[in-house]
Design a binder for this molecule. Structure first.
Ligand code: ATP
Ligand code: MG
Length: 396
């Protein structure tokens, strides 16, 4: 086997960013800085952005490349990641390197099927793409006649070849990312984060559009145990893999819940409590420079998420409320929760304050008048101010 001339580099492909016009540079810089932050603990890397692609090179061999690639693929703005051999040279060298690369993919005792797919960026190169594929494919097959056979329809392995002006690439793996836009390019929002399945997914979705998030959790100890709070913090921690650093505001909601329970008709308790959450959240959002509230609500999922209930809830705030799950089926939300790794934590059985205080039959179509009547006589501003003074701020 010839001495290798290649460098092992991680190639990361950008998606929507490449459609940006004048401010594309800002998006790219943010993407690079988000990736650097995710890789900081894994060693030292050089990250360069060239021709709509990012090249990530470990500066020493110490890094676990699988971990590096997973982390890069998880950064919003990345479409896919491949470990590639990159080298310079002529056609003979390309063939030699491709044969050596194929050698790393063999599995003892198995015959694998393969095909070659070539792309030619350098139109001066003497062979066309199909000619490159057939030249490389032929050489690979001659080198490993027992271990490989050709199948162009459903191969076990695809050997990708790229011929560019100043380098060749050979690779076979494509690890898919979450696409989207880099966190930090889409403004700031405040996520109402409960211990359930939905709100972490809602946070993930907004972050995937570039939104930077803070979170607020309403805790009603001892009606909700501190285990419920730990669970929310664990969810927030899991989200930081996608969102970057996050601040969680834990509001002591106990006194307020008791006041509402003693004051409101039971069938309006859930709505009244959600309206209070919104008011308090809006105050926090103002202070923290967040322009929207984000919740995990989905139309019709439960009584407090009918159109009437959502409208009644929104009325108490000026800020837009983003509900990225509004049109999603619960099963799709669950699938996404599994994929992003929050599901197992979400289904741990700690109650949240809404389940403790919830009425048997909450009003499903509350009007604004119903809500106003339920709150009549309450010192709303005073209650909001009191709760706002009991906030624990936790930085993750
Ligand atoms: P989730 O699965 O996110 O808990 P859910 O389907 O249980 O949602 P609700 O309990 O009605 O629905 O809550 C609707 C939304 O209100 C949640 O997605 C979340 O954004 C917010 N929310 C509910 N309870 C709390 C809480 N204790 N602290 C912060 N936000 C909350
Ligand atoms: Mg819930």
């Amino acid at each position: 086997m010839p001495a290798t001339r290649h460098e092992l580099v991680i190639l990361a492909r950008m998606g929507e960013i490449t459609l940006k016009g004048l401010n594309r540079g800002a998006f790219e810089r943010r993407l690079v800085s988000n990736i650097s932050r995710r890789l900081k603990l894994l060693g030292s890397f050089s990250i360069a952005c060239r021709q709509s692609r990012l090249w990530i090179e470990p500066q020493a061999d110490q890094a676990d490349l699988e971990d590096v690639m997973r982390r890069v693929a998880d950064v919003f703005g990345i479409v896919s990641v491949s470990p590639v051999w990159r080298f310079k040279g002529n056609l003979d060298m390309l063939v030699e390197e491709a044969v050596a690369f194929a050698g790393t993919l063999l599995q003892p005792g198995r015959t694998l099927s393969f095909k070659v797919e070539s792309r030619r960026g350098n139109k001066q190169f003497p062979l066309t793409s199909p000619e490159i594929s057939s030249r490389v494919g032929g050489a690979v097959l001659r080198a490993y006649p027992e271990q490989l056979r050709v199948d162009v329809h459903q191969p076990d392995i695809t050997l990708f070849i790229e011929v560019q002006h100043d380098y060749f690439l050979v690779y076979s793996r494509i690890i898919h990312g979450y696409r989207g836009l880099p966190v930090g390019t889409g403004g700031r929002g405040l996520l109402l984060l409960s211990g359930g399945i939905d709100s972490p997914v809602a946070g993930f979705m907004m972050a995937s559009r570039g939104m930077e998030l803070e979170a607020v959790y309403f805790h009603a100890f001892p009606y909700t145990s501190d285990l419920a709070k730990d669970k929310v913090l664990e969810l927030a921690e899991l989200l930081t893999a996608y969102t970057g650093r996050m601040t969680v505001h834990v509001v002591n909601f106990t006194d307020l819940q008791i006041t509402l329970r003693d004051h409101c008709p039971p069938d309006m308790l859930t709505i009244a409590s959600r309206r209070m959450m919104m008011r308090i959240a809006e105050g926090i959002a103002h202070n923290r420079d967040c322009k929207v509230l984000v919740t995990g609500e989905s139309l019709g999922q439960v009584a407090s998420q009918t159109l009437d209930a959502l409208c009644t809830t929104d009325r108490v705030v000026q800020m837009p409320v983003f509900r990225p799950l509004i049109g999603l089926d619960k099963n799709d939300t669950v699938d996404l929760a599994r994929r992003i790794g929050t599901y197992e934590t979400s289904i741990q059985p700690y109650e949240d304050c809404c389940t403790v205080f919830v009425a048997k039959h909450p009003r499903t179509h509350p009007s604004l008048e119903d809500a106003a009547a339920a709150e009549a006589g309450l010192d709303i501003a005073g209650l909001v101010a009191a709760a706002t003074q009991q906030i624990e701020v936790i930085s993750l």
